[in-house]
Design a protein around this ligand. Structure first.
Ligand SMILES: Cc1cc2nc3c(=O)[nH]c(=O)nc-3n(C[C@H](O)[C@H](O)[C@H](O)COP(=O)(O)O)c2cc1C
Length: 135
């Protein structure tokens, strides 16, 4: 792999980033690891739509696939490049689950772990191609 981008924040292997949204994708909760990498406090995140951390390199089709999948009640898995508050970025492998609580509320939970260097390289290329096709 080539030289590391100085703007990349590399996750620690033990990191586990969790966030919860309502059924419209509005953030209701984020754990400490999510806040730390995103460089926002929980207060800054809660109430914001989840595209708050979207990175401009992410293709629209990836999120269309995510939403199409979870709205069918299925689990979505995929690689996501997120932007941090200071303009840096970090890659994750995300699993997004739909849930229904016993109190009747429903929403989505995303759990994210470190993506490997090979995975990051592969998805950087793939998303670049997908972005180029958007124009
Ligand atoms: C539980 C959950 C977690 C999400 N996590 C992220 C995320 O970490 N980064 C991101 O860019 N989009 C995430 N999304 C997708 C966003 O809701 C949104 O579709 C995406 O950022 C694209 O923004 P746009 O629809 O305004 O183009 C998540 C959605 C859900 C339901």
């Amino acid at each position: 792999m080539g030289k590391k981008d100085p703007n990349e924040i590399v996750l620690e292997a033990k990191s586990f980033l969790v966030s919860e949204t309502d059924s419209d994708g509005i953030i209701k909760f984020a754990n400490d690891d999510f806040c730390r990498y995103a460089e926002y406090s929980l207060d800054e995140l809660v109430g914001e739509p989840h595209n708050f951390v979207r990175h401009r390199d992410m293709p629209r089709a990836a999120f269309k696939d995510l939403w199409d999948t979870v709205k069918q009640g299925k689990t979505w898995e995929g690689f996501v490049k997120n932007a941090s508050k200071s303009g840096k970025f970090y890659w994750v492998f995300a699993t997004v689950y739909p849930f229904k609580s016993c109190d009747g509320s429903s929403g989505y939970i995303s759990c994210r772990r470190k993506a490997s260097e090979d995975e990051i390289e592969k998805y950087t290329k793939l998303y670049k191609t997908m972005k180029a096709q958007e124009r």
